[in-house]
Design a binder for this molecule. Structure first.
Ligand SMILES: Cc1cc2nc3c(=O)[nH]c(=O)nc-3n(C[C@H](O)[C@H](O)[C@H](O)COP(=O)(O)O)c2cc1C
Length: 175
């Protein structure tokens, strides 16, 4: 499949079958993340792989909305960035997440980004970032960008139409 074909195939998937996401799948997804470019080659992004069902259920409760898919996911990757290492940690983490979503899609695995940075947790006066620091023993200098859920789609998600480049989003020459 060419890259545009893969980009058309990737969609946010929030419901999954019981088919296992194996160590080999996770290995390839992590390799995709670790191949991402990084501002000034500082590589501030790090990854916490979660497979334990109880921990996935607790991840699902991070936010009041937008993280519930993690309960049924086969696995999750929590993406954290060392903001002391790079001021571009958000961009770097985001590229890693994108690479992982694409590698997952290439293997037929569905994924969904659950935003953590700048989000409230389901607990009063606790940010989603603070909730995960406590839950996962994340050292203080790291910030949590997002959690990526992973699992085989329970229904065929189909694929996106190839977009038309004659789009109001695209400006040529000047705005
Ligand atoms: C930065 C970012 C944050 C997102 N946060 C969430 C989220 O917290 N929960 C969720 O269910 N989906 C989240 N999504 C998925 C979007 O809802 C999804 O990408 C969008 O609806 C477009 O659908 P598609 O991914 O199938 O193309 C997020 C996506 C991005 C890029």
């Amino acid at each position: 499949m060419d890259l545009l074909g893969l980009l058309r195939k990737r969609k946010s998937i929030r419901t999954y079958t019981d088919a296992p996401v194996t160590d080999e799948h996770i290995g390839k997804i992590l390799q995709a993340a670790l191949l991402a470019p990084s501002s000034r080659a500082f590589y501030p992004a790090e990854f916490i792989v979660v497979r334990d069902r109880e921990m996935l259920s607790r991840l699902a409760m991070t936010k009041a909305g937008g993280s519930a898919m993690l309960k049924e996911a086969g696995a999750a990757v929590v993406v954290i960035g060392d903001s002391k290492k790079s001021d571009a940690w958000i961009e770097d983490c985001s590229i890693c997440l994108t690479n992982m979503m694409l590698q997952a899609a290439e293997m037929g695995i569905g994924s969904c980004w659950s935003q953590i940075r700048n989000r409230a947790s389901s607990e009063e006066n606790v940010t989603a970032d603070e909730y995960l620091h406590t839950l996962l023993d994340i050292p203080e200098q790291y910030s949590v960008e997002a959690i990526l859920s992973l699992g085989f789609p329970d229904v065929d998600p189909g694929e996106k139409e190839l977009p038309d480049t004659d789009s109001p989003k695209v400006h040529y020459g000047r705005f």
